[in-house]
Design a protein around this ligand. Structure first.
Ligand SMILES: Nc1ncnc2c1ncn2[C@@H]1O[C@H](COP(=O)(O)OP(=O)(O)O)[C@@H](O)[C@H]1O
Ligand SMILES: [Mg+2]
Length: 448
């Protein structure tokens, strides 16, 4: 039922659709945005600045979604007091966006919507990735308690750990234990039963998408058994969702390459070994199940190194099952994203592309994204700079074999071809994994 008190983030999708279109006309969303005040109180300061407007425009380009849609999502889900339809309607009248205001007015008065209840089961098993969470009325943090019981209760039972235990092990998730953070979580180091672990605490879990993300990650990892995939030890889902992983002493590959002291530890032969290990993990994901599993967020920040420098792919939060799935939104990180992924075309070739960028990082030691570089993302930087091939390899990694550099570079270029059908698969005789193994065996040949 649509009421004046219905929160903007929970409005009926049909109304949302109309508003998105109406607010696009003459950039009405911008006019509206500059009127929004903090916590919906007209006496408070303005909530958004010009920079925020720019951020929305950038996100719109990146995600190929309308600015008005992103703005409604942002405003609807931020701040202590969430805007409701009444607030939105009043503002629309105030800035003379009459058609949009009337669309809300007529919806409220019709009062004919029945609330669609979405169960967790549906979310997990019917994941069409529409990413439209606005219509789900039944998402509350407490639902976590029942959610996991819907699926594989026995498996989750075995690995469940109370949140309190994790809380104490990290001194109340104190910053002194913080070892990393990503788009969806903070990661803390802790001792549990005399074992060093990494505790990933999901942030912002009150939205349906976050819970979905969390459940998706657990559900997937439990299926996986491979030496190059980060194993899960335990989960907590009372109070606040957390995932406990084996602690990876050498941190992320991104940090390892970037860190002055440690980058030299990653000599060029080790880098090739790491490339092979990541490729091996990907071959497993792409082939070991009835339908291929696409990681969707392969990047050096999501590749972790244990104490023996064995690479483990982590962060399965965006992982999806199936091939050629169309999604409404490209996720993952832009420097690693294939062109078709921006259009929502997700296939195993997306992981191949991202892996190509990882190879370039291993080879050059350069950051995947650098805002002070003319071409910010690594791939464009390398293509556009047209530097001779001998300038490419990271000197901190020692004396690269020239042939090896050329072959790795060629392979990375193949992986990052614009046309996804021309990119190789990770698997198969002509796949990336076999190619890398061949490159490695040739090195052994040169050296001996
Ligand atoms: N098991 C682990 N051991 C050591 N560091 C980790 C571990 N897991 C994650 N990290 C660190 O935390 C960061 C974020 O973790 P990740 O799982 O990618 O979270 P997000 O989903 O938020 O991106 C990683 O880039 C890494 O630096
Ligand atoms: Mg991550």
């Amino acid at each position: 039922m649509t009421e004046a008190t219905t929160e903007v983030r929970k409005m009926d999708p049909a109304l949302r659709f109309d508003l998105i279109n109406l607010l696009n006309i003459n950039e009405g969303w911008k006019t509206l945005m500059t009127k929004v005040t903090v916590d919906c109180n007209p006496n408070n300061n303005l909530k958004y600045t010009y920079d925020h407007v720019k951020l929305i425009e950038n996100a719109s380009k990146l995600q190929q979604r309308f600015c008005s849609e992103i703005f409604l999502e942002e405003w609807g889900t931020s701040g202590k007091i969430r805007p409701n339809l009444q607030t939105l309607m009043n503002l629309l009248y105030e800035v003379n966006l009459i058609r949009a205001a009337e669309a809300i007015a007529s919806k409220i008065s019709k009062d004919c919507m029945t609330t669609r209840m979405t169960s967790f089961k549906n979310i997990l098993e019917n994941d069409e990735n529409t990413d439209d969470y606005s219509n789900s009325e039944n998402f509350r943090p407490t639902i976590l308690n029942t959610s996991l019981t819907l699926k594989n209760i026995e498996r989750f039972d075995e690995i469940r750990i109370p949140y309190e235990t994790l809380y104490h092990a990290t001194n109340g998730f104190s910053d002194s234990c913080l070892i990393g953070s990503g788009g969806y979580s903070k990661v803390f180091k802790a001792e549990l039963n005399n074992r060093t672990v990494a505790i990933k605490r999901m942030e912002k879990v009150y939205e349906e998408r976050d819970i979905k993300q969390y459940l998706n990650e657990i559900d997937n990892i439990l299926k996986f058994k491979h030496v190059n995939l980060l194993p899960l030890l335990a989960i907590s889902e009372d109070k606040h969702p957390c995932i406990v992983y084996e602690f990876m002493e050498n941190g992320s590959l991104l940090d390892c390459i970037a860190c002055k002291e440690r980058s030299s530890l990653l000599n060029w032969k080790l880098r090739i070994k790491l490339g092979i290990e990541v490729a091996s993990g990907l071959v497993y994901l792409h082939t070991a199940f009835e339908t291929p599993i696409i990681h969707r967020d392969i990047k050096t920040a999501n590749i972790l190194l244990d104490k023996l420098f064995v690479a483990k792919i982590g962060d399965f939060g965006l992982t999806r099952i199936g091939d050629n799935t169309m999604t409404s939104e490209g996720k993952g990180t832009s420097a690693y994203m294939s062109p078709e992924a921006f259009r929502g075309d997700v296939s195993v070739k997306l992981d191949v592309f991202s892996f190509g960028v990882v190879l370039l990082e291993l080879l050059t030691g350069l950051p995947p994204f650098d805002e002070f570089r003319q071409h910010r993302d690594l791939l464009t930087h390398i293509i556009e700079s047209e530097s001779p091939i001998e300038d490419l390899p990271d000197k901190r990694a020692g004396d690269w074999n020239k042939m090896t550099v050329e072959k790795i570079y060629e392979l990375a270029k193949l992986c990052t071809l614009v046309s996804k059908s021309k990119r190789p698969f990770m698997y198969g005789e002509r796949g990336v994994y076999v190619a890398l193994e061949k490159i490695q065996s040739e090195i052994d040949g040169y050296v001996s």
